[in-house]
Write a protein that binds this ligand. Structure first.
Ligand code: MG
Length: 253
C-alpha cells in the first residue's frame, strides 16, 4: 500500500494511492491508527502531494555505506553515527530546495527513509519491523563546506528545505535489497543498493531506540551510498528507491 499526505481544497489529509487508476482515496484520521478510507477517489493530479510524514524528529545516520566513508576520506564508525535533521527543513515532492547564501557547496544525498508506525523504545532488531509503518525516499541535502567548518551537523543539514521527503510511504517493502539512486538533470550520480548498508534498517531501529524513543511519524534517514556531489541553482534532483518511486525537486536561489 502507498500512503500519501496531500492538500486538496485547502485541507491537508492522508490518503491511499492507487497507481493503476491514478487515484487517491482519503484516509479517515491518520495512518497510525489503522487505514480506513472514506469518500470518493480523486485524480492524483488534482491534489498537491506533501511530505508523507510529519516527524517530531528526523534521525539521520552518517557513513552507513563503506564506499561513501571512503570517498569522504573518513574512518568507519564503530557504531552507527547519528545526527538530527530539523523537521522544519521538510519539503515534499516537487518542492524547491533553496540554496542558502551562507554556503558555497550544497550536496545531494539520496537515502532510503524509514517512517515509524508505533512507539519504539529499546526494540530489538528482531521486533523492529512491527514498529515501522513503511518506507519512502529522502534527500539529506547538506551544505558540505559548513559541515566541515562547524564540525557539528545542525546548521549544514538543517537549512529550511534541506529535507525533501516522499513521494509516499510504501508499507509492503523489503528494505534489505533495494536500489538507491540519485539523478541530477537526468544523469545518474549515485547508484547504490541497501544491501551495501553497514547497519541494516532493523539494526538501526534497535540502535536508535536504545538511545531515544521513536514515535509514530518519526523518520530515519538511513545513510547515503557513494557518489555524492554538488548541486547548482537550476538543477533538477531526483532520489529514486526501487519499489518506492521518485522524489523530484528543483534547486532555486
Ligand atoms: Mg546522509
Amino acid at each position: 500500500m502507498r500512503i500519501a499526505r496531500y492538500e486538496c481544497e485547502g485541507r491537508t489529509r492522508y490518503g491511499v494511492v492507487d497507481p493503476e487508476r491514478g487515484e487517491i482515496l482519503e484516509i479517515a484520521g491518520t495512518p497510525f491508527d489503522g487505514v480506513e478510507t472514506t469518500g470518493d477517489p480523486r485524480r492524483i493530479e488534482e491534489v498537491r502531494l506533501l511530505a508523507p510524514a510529519v516527524p517530531g524528529k528526523i534521525v539521520a545516520v552518517g557513513l552507513n555505506y563503506k564506499d561513501h566513508a571512503r570517498e569522504l576520506g573518513m574512518e568507519l564508525p564503530e557504531e552507527p553515527l547519528l545526527f538530527l535533521k530539523a523537521p522544519s527543513a521538510l519539503i515534499g515532492p516537487g518542492g524547491e530546495i533553496v540554496y542558502p547564501p551562507q554556503s558555497r557547496r550544497v550536496d545531494y544525498e539520496a537515502e532510503l527513509a524509514v517512517v515509524i508506525g508505533r512507539v519504539a523504545k529499546r526494540v530489538t532488531e528482531k521486533d523492529a519491523a512491527a514498529h515501522i509503518l513503511g518506507y519512502t525516499c529522502i534527500n539529506d541535502v547538506t551544505a558540505r563546506d559548513l559541515q566541515q567548518k562547524d564540525g557539528q551537523f545542525a546548521r549544514s543539514k538543517g537549512f529550511d528545505t534541506f529535507a525533501p521527503l516522499g513521494p509516499w510511504i510504501v508499507t509492503d517493502f523489503e528494505p534489505t535489497e533495494a536500489p538507491v539512486r540519485c539523478l541530477v538533470n537526468g544523469e545518474v550520480r549515485q547508484d547504490g543498493n541497501t544491501r551495501e548498508m553497514i547497519a541494516s534498517v532493523y539494526r538501526l531501529v534497535e540502535y536508535i531506540s536504545s538511545n531515544m524513543t521513536l514515535f509514530p511519524g518519526d523518520v530515519i534517514a538511513t545513510g547515503t551510498p557513494p557518489g555524492v556531489g554538488s548541486l547548482r541553482v537550476g538543477d533538477a534532483v531526483t532520489v529514486e528507491v526501487g519499489g518506492i518511486g521518485e522524489l523530484a525537486n528543483r534547486v532555486v536561489a
